[in-house]
Design a protein around this ligand. Sequence first.
Ligand SMILES: Nc1ncnc2c1ncn2[C@@H]1O[C@H](COP(=O)(O)OP(=O)(O)OP(=O)(O)O)[C@@H](O)[C@H]1O
Length: 396
Amino acid sequence: MTQQDAQVGQGGGQGERKLIAISSGKGGVGKSTVTANIAVAMARMGLRVGVVDADIYGPSIPGMLGIAGNQKPAMSPDQKVIPAEAFGIKVMSMAMLSDDDSPAILRGPMVTKYLQMFVAQVEWGELDVLLLDLPPGTGDIQLTLAQAFPLTGAVVVSTPQDVSLKIARRGLRMMQQVNVPILGIVENMSGFACASCGEVTHIFSKGGGEAIASELGVPFLGAIPIEPEIVDAGDAGIPLVSAHPDSLAAQAYVRIAEALVGRGAAHGGLALPFDWQLSDGTGKPADAAPMSGGAADVVTALDHDEIGLMIRWQDGHAQLIGSRDLRLNCRCAACRDEMSGAPILDPSRVPQTITPTRIWSLGNYALGMAFSDGHSSGIYTFKALRDMQSAEVEDV
Ligand SMILES: Nc1ncnc2c1ncn2[C@@H]1O[C@H](COP(=O)(O)OP(=O)(O)OP(=O)(O)O)[C@@H](O)[C@H]1O
């Protein structure tokens, strides 16, 4: 174990604890809101979660979690700071040490020193995940911070505007240069979700976060729509995941949290559950890694183009199944005779241009699919998909 590991491990569980930095190229993109919500989502999964509000210049995590600004931390008998607690999350923030709202004027080395203290000199107890909400930017401070801790990896939050994405790309490159693993990109304020019908309107450009993720070969963790309730929930000190768990944005936060801790993943496959809207790409599950000796019935990546559905399996096998073939292979009671298994669906009634519109996980064994003809009752088991006739793409 390195000295740093030992320091970070002080007062807390070692080994499995994930130390995840949440970063952004510029301020105001919703990084702290993402941190607070994924922390709550992880705590709701039963994980022991801590948050270090490392955004020393604009500490906002305590407010978002309803922790009173004037709540000064107590000290343990061995002179460690006892973190505040809310929603089952332990929290340490600069806001809890400074006396007023004025931003702390600290030089880079001092910031690192404070944060070393927040990570190492706080009575965290046993933790599964410690999230670091970094200050915005891609300068020296972020670089020093990224190197100062044995990070499991970093998440980069961006908004869909070009300028924000360009800065995010710079941040990603910087992390890659200093060998900090990139756990993925989150695109926040990605379209406006209509409260009554759930339809997402893309106010800014669309899909940029995903494009940068694929350009740099890092996972795309998900898109969070603009939801006015997010602001209200943040201001009220009750994060959306707790205030409105059924909202689209809350579900997006939960999926990001699941992807980060590998929950829902079946034996290293896609993080489950997911609900992928193919029209705008929301909810698309992040790719999981193939592995040597991997299973033939575990899906590690899904993609879709004008030809059909690309499925990559854990054993490295890749398959392209035509959209119309998927529809024709539906095994629901309306499409197949339940007793004989003989097709009921008349192929001449299935348009050549049919395409899936939504794909979602069913347990860890199957996919549900909705199609452009309105049909949505088919269950496609992984085994049946693997056995389907397909264009063989490649074996790696
Ligand atoms: N998806 C969203 N929909 C609507 N409002 C949002 C969304 N995400 C964040 N916000 C709002 O945007 C504002 C900025 O969010 P937040 O403080 O999390 O950004 P930040 O990147 O951490 O900022 P800073 O870098 O300045 O600390 C807040 O008022 C927050 O409630």
